[in-house]
Design a protein around this ligand. Structure first.
Ligand code: ADP
Ligand code: MG
Length: 373
């Protein structure tokens, strides 16, 4: 999948083109300018356009996630940045300089792939030594650096094992350690936790977060997992069909999605129509109203109104389905032609509704978001 993946690890000191100051050498300017920049980058594979005029800036030290469904162009963006593929049009800059002429091994980036790509015939120690060796670090120094890094990822006992003698999570820790050990300024992660089961994935998310806090590398992470994106990122780019749908902080994307696709991709969304909104609220053509399931309150159909009732929109419905998932309870409520999803935290003493129960749903008008359809 990544034909040249291994070559990236072999960046030699001689190819550290990118660390020099740009001509004119204004240090302050180079700190303020983005560390990574895509300028109108288009990538075509024959008749397939994988990316269309992608423009994107990444700050030094930022953790940026590219999120999107399969086939949306995420890996392509990373391959172009890593230098394994060349743009059809447009340019990519690192520290303000075009990297069009810089081969992958000269870009000084640490890379972690979903399939780990460790050298299977080398021990963990040797896997970690490799990037150091390629950069001309002396043997005596290498051992100390490897020991320290292994300790950092809690694998100090595993240096003499082969990758095949490690669990998936341990292998992924080695891959992270190997990407970081030569201290590259940029870290690229492609679905790094995709092969791990849920608990391990959460644990490794914590590990990646803490490595980012500690090492402060400019990180671009590619994933189709919304939870991973929300957990890890300073900023998320949501992609569809080779284009950016929206780019913002996790909070802003969740709270103010620009359109229906983003609303549905990040979390669950109730799209409302006039049957739920009543006649008094009109939605402009080309837009829809959206309310998040956790913003909907469910109560008995004949419950006494609460004090904030005048700020709420209220509808009656019937419980169609209910699911219990750990700390959350989910209801599906039929309201006219709509099925509205409600999520609430399970608290003790809280009333539980059953299928067929007549209920009232209400939500703050201020929590309704208008989206382009
Ligand atoms: P993602 O990582 O978001 O799943 P990719 O960047 O791998 O998406 O792919 C984007 C689009 O480009 C897809 O339609 C995919 O089939 C196509 N594509 C990717 N790599 C190649 C290739 N080497 N040759 C032809 N088409 C490709
Ligand atoms: Mg991919």
């Amino acid at each position: 999948m990544y034909p040249a993946a291994m070559r990236t690890l072999s960046a030699s000191a001689a190819t550290k083109v990118l660390e020099r100051e740009p001509p004119g050498g204004k240090v302050l300017e180079s700190i303020a300018s983005p560390q990574i920049e895509f300028r109108d980058v288009t990538k075509k594979y024959g008749a397939v356009t994988a990316l269309t005029e992608l423009s994107l800036s990444v700050r030094r030290g930022e953790f940026l996630t590219i999120l999107g469904p399969s086939g949306s162009g995420k890996t392509t963006a990373l391959m172009l940045l890593a230098g394994f593929e060349a743009p059809t049009n447009g340019d990519i800059l690192i520290s303000g300089r075009s990297v069009a002429a810089v081969p992958s091994y000269g870009r000084d980036q640490g890379i972690v792939f979903q399939n780990y790509a460790l050298f299977p015939h080398l021990t963990v120690n040797r896997n970690l030594e490799f990037p150091l060796e390629m950069r001309g670090v002396k043997a005596g120094q290498r051992i100390g650096l490897v020991e320290r890094m292994l300790k950092r990822v809690h694998l100090e006992e595993f240096g003499e094992r082969l990758p095949s003698q490690l669990s998936g999570g341990q292998q992924q820790r080695v891959a992270l350690a190997r990407a970081l050990i030569a201290d590259p300024p940029i870290l690229l992660l492609d679905e790094p936790l995709g092969a791990l089961d849920r608990n391990l994935r959460e644990q490794m998310q914590g590990e990646i977060k803490s490595l980012h806090r500690e090492f402060g590398k400019t990180t671009i992470c590619v994933t189709h997992d919304q939870e991973e994106a929300l957990t890890l990122s300073d900023r998320i780019i949501v992609m569809r069909g080779g284009r950016i749908e929206q780019a913002d902080t996790p909070e802003a994307l969740y709270d103010r999605p620009a359109n229906r696709f983003v609303a549905n991709f990040l979390g669950e969304a109730n799209i409302l129509d006039s049957s739920a909104l009543g006649e008094q609220q009109n939605v402009a053509p080309g837009t829809v109203s959206m309310i998040r399931p956790e913003r909907v309150r469910i109560s008995q159909a004949n419950a006494a109104p609460l004090s904030d009732q005048d700020q709420r929109h209220c509808v009656n419905g019937t419980v169609e389905d209910t699911t219990y998932a750990g700390p959350l309870r989910k209801y599906q409520v039929r309201v006219g032609s709509l099925s509205i999803i409600v999520r609430e935290h399970v608290a003790s003493g809280q009333q539980i509704f059953r299928i067929g129960d007549a209920v009232r749903l209400d939500w703050l008008r201020a929590d309704v978001r208008l989206l382009t359809a």
